[in-house]
Design a protein around this ligand. Sequence first.
Ligand SMILES: NC(=O)c1ccc[n+]([C@@H]2O[C@H](COP(=O)([O-])OP(=O)(O)OC[C@H]3O[C@@H](n4cnc5c(N)ncnc54)[C@H](OP(=O)(O)O)[C@@H]3O)[C@@H](O)[C@H]2O)c1
Length: 287
Amino acid sequence: MLTFIKILIASIFVGILAVFWNRSSFDPESLRGARVLVTGASSGIGEQMAYHYARFGAKIVITARRKKILEKVIEKCLSLGAQEALYVSADMSNETDPENVVDFALEKLGGLDYLVLNHVGKSSFAMWNGDVDHIRWLMKPNFFSYVQMAWRALPSLEQSKGSMIVVSSMAGKMSNPFAAPYTATKCALNGFFGSLNHELAMKKSNVSISICTLGLIDTESALNAVRGIITTPAYPATEAALNIIITGATRQQELYYPWFTYVMNLTKDWFPSLTNHIIRNALNYNP
Ligand SMILES: NC(=O)c1ccc[n+]([C@@H]2O[C@H](COP(=O)([O-])OP(=O)(O)OC[C@H]3O[C@@H](n4cnc5c(N)ncnc54)[C@H](OP(=O)(O)O)[C@@H]3O)[C@@H](O)[C@H]2O)c1
């Protein structure tokens, strides 16, 4: 037990150091005039990212399905200082929309410096009920559209020495109950973009990929989904959004937010039984 506590303290220390190290090298001016495409920006973390990029004076294209809400986000982005702000409505479970969105951004902004992949299809937080069709569908918005958009944007990102930012989750690192379909899609993302990262590095590509691992964030959809089941605190979407942007701007390969998700990711392999015990008992479940 004493060894466990020592390792835990050392891991926490490393995690805190990593967070501060990343922050210190960030130059907000690097985002002035940057050409950014943010997906899933009508609510939650994506909406907050749009506002941060706007405050930094970026040129942004945002996308999601709900036009009316996107229009309001665009208005606010312009009032916050975005050099340009445009929206395109799209459904990421549709076959052709992901590529059309990238084409729209490339045409309107004249290229891309940041591709921020953040949208997420709806999936209930509940025990898996055998619905294979739902998983087949969820893979479209949560995984295939990310892959399509990455490939479409890559030539422009190569030219601009740009970055892809992939918003993932602790679910992509360790399995949790009540989220089997979602977990499958996030593991697919981590696997794919991890491989692509290696391949780009081996090809000496200019493009960086940042994979962002998030814990529970206080977005409306997440809080509604876990209400009554998870009682641990949720972390602020605006802070999560800023950390994601800084990670991309500093070309870091990984973000863990909040910081203790880094520790959980380390310790899950060292103490699997203890980790499983904690996960299963952290949730309210009354069969
Ligand atoms: N919140 C958390 O606790 C948490 C934890 C870990 C990771 N994350 C990750 O963080 C990211 C953002 O999460 P969030 O909580 O901010 O989500 P959110 O508030 O539910 O926002 C999801 C966004 O995706 C869009 N979207 C949903 N289905 C779509 C579709 N078929 N086509 C196009 N756009 C679609 C939504 O807009 P429309 O409805 O207008 O289309 C919305 O803008 C996700 O990748 C999520 O997995 C979140």
